[in-house]
Design a protein around this ligand. Structure first.
Ligand code: NAD
Length: 474
């Protein structure tokens, strides 16, 4: 998290302030509310790894915020500034996110203090496997109890190492591949998981633009087409969000902010080209054509329709909130807008769509992957060909009666339920349903002064109901 000049609350305090406001609108026993907010447990681990003949010591955490549903679910982050406060805040967000989008998991999160850019692949594998082993030993990784996923600084590669470490220690666990999600497809992963959080952001935005009354809240009109967008972070979430918005929705990506500066072009940037450059060069500095801004964060303050922070928490804070000129803020990172900054933004008429809703695509598809691993079969494997045959028969019956079905429509009808189609449609449906629940609560109840509080209230209500009905809370 960048260090703001102004006194700012911690990430966890920010999450808890939103929680308190949402709780105040609900009829949930006060002590139960307090219990939900505090979180269940956290494990801190230090371990040594020998790298190039030198022993290096690492510190990491895995926090479990809630266990009203099991397994508890949440990513593992590799970043130099990871702290216990951050991991606890992220675990809490996972609880609320899963509840909001009806994913039957508790909330968890892990973090390791490391700058992954400073290590080669061999060293990273050693470190990841050792961290995973420490967590497996204490049951902080297992298909039934706690299932990690990728987050900042980790991806499918790290998840494959974690799955392999778990399998080596628990070969008799037939569900071992479900111990982690976000794996490569060849290692029990699911098609569509890598893009899931970004695609979920886009599905969420599309649903927002289907509601003109809501669009008006941000002083916008129309659809995503032609909207000017600035995005921060061209990693997993940012890249897929920007690419899909540009290629499928006709939005204009005018700014990209990365760790080493920002690129700006009011005519629009080519996301794929910038991403390839970044992958080869490690950043965006040196990319030819658009204007380069050394102090990348300054571009957060530029005029645009939609600002998408997709890198890290706390980037819109008391220092810059007053200067933000975007109309809509689509929170594609966890916690990018601080609690106090949101108060300023709302006075300025800027509307944030909150992280606990908009970033939930990752955990939704992780849920699908976990189910796939437990079922030991790819989605659509038994039905795809059968559906195609049925549709073929239907088309020929219709055409026998003289009607003509266009080639385009017939191609679409003949496409059976492949795994990627099922994953995307399940994700779309979950995002639409959750948006409608959130907006309905926002408009229905005068106490709800933001989408965030509405979303949080729905989540708390579900978690509280679960604890009360389970009977663990007397
Ligand atoms: P990532 O590591 O793939 O990408 C992060 C990107 O941000 C990188 O390109 C990095 O260079 C860039 N970056 C780092 N410091 C920056 C700075 N100061 N200014 C601008 N850019 C900077 O991480 P990710 O998985 O895309 O995660 C991004 C955010 O999304 C995090 O808040 C994460 O918690 C959240 N998130 C991720 C997932 C997921 O499935 N990966 C799911 C839900 C939420």
């Amino acid at each position: 998290m960048p260090t703001p000049k102004t006194q700012e609350k911690s990430f966890r305090e920010n999450v808890n302030l939103a929680f308190d406001l949402a709780l105040a609108t609900l009829d949930v026993p006060e002590k139960l509310g307090y219990y939900i907010k505090c979180g269940n447990n956290i494990y801190q681990v230090r371990f040594p790894v020998k790298i190039n003949g030198e022993v290096e010591s690492f510190i990491g955490w895995r926090a479990v915020h809630s266990e009203h549903r099991l397994p508890a679910k949440g990513g593992i982050r590799f970043a130099p500034m990871v702290s216990q406060d951050e991991v606890e805040a992220l675990a809490a967000l996972m609880t609320y996110k899963c509840a909001l989008v009806n994913v039957p998991f508790g909330g968890s999160k892990g973090g390791l203090v490391i700058d992954p850019r400073k290590y080669d692949e061999e060293a990273l594998e050693k470190i990841t496997r050792r961290f995973a082993f420490e967590l497996i030993k204490k049951d902080y990784i297992s298909p039934a109890v706690n299932v990690p996923a990728p987050d900042m600084g980790t991806g499918a590669r790290e998840m494959a190492w974690i799955a392999s470490t778990y399998s080596a220690h628990k070969p008799n666990d037939i569900d071992r591949m479900a111990c982690v999600t976000g794996k490569p497809v060849s290692q029990g992963g699911i098609r569509g998981r890598t893009e899931a959080t970004g695609r979920g952001v886009v599905f969420g935005l599309r649903e927002f633009f289907r509601h003109p009354e809501d669009v008006k809240l941000a002083n916008l009109r129309g659809t995503l087409e032609g909207k000017k967008i600035i995005i921060q972070g061209l990693g997993n979430v940012g890249y897929h969000t920007a690419k899909i918005l540009q290629e499928e929705d006709g939005a204009k990506i005018v700014g990209i902010i990365e760790h080493d500066g920002a690129l700006y072009d009011p005519k629009g940037l080519e996301v794929e080209k910038v991403s390839q450059f970044k992958l080869n060069q490690g950043g965006v500095k040196g990319y030819q054509g658009p204007q380069y801004i050394k102090e990348g964060a300054q571009l957060l303050e530029e005029k645009c329709d939609i600002l998408i922070p997709a890198a890290m928490e706390g980037v819109i804070n008391l220092d810059n909130a007053q200067r933000i000129q975007a109309k809509l803020i689509a929170e594609a990172a966890n916690g990018p807008v601080t609690f106090d900054a949101e108060l300023i933004l709302r006075k300025k008429g800027i509307l944030p769509i909150p992280d606990i809703y908009l970033t939930s695509g990752g955990v939704i598809v992780s849920y699908f992957e976990w189910i796939k691993n437990l079922s030991h079969i790819r989605f659509g494997r038994m039905t795809k060909r059968h559906e195609e045959t049925q549709h073929e028969m239907l088309i020929s019956a219709i055409e026998k009666n003289g009607a003509k079905i266009s080639a385009d429509l017939s191609e679409k009808l003949l496409e059976g339920s492949s795994e990627i189609n099922l994953v995307r449609s399940g994700l779309d449906d979950s995002m639409r349903e959750a948006f409608n629940a959130m907006r309905e609560r926002y408009w229905r109840n005068g106490n709800m002064d933001s989408y965030r509080i509405a979303a949080m209230a729905i989540a708390i209500e579900k978690v509280a109901t679960s604890y009360l009905e389970m009977g663990v809370y007397p």
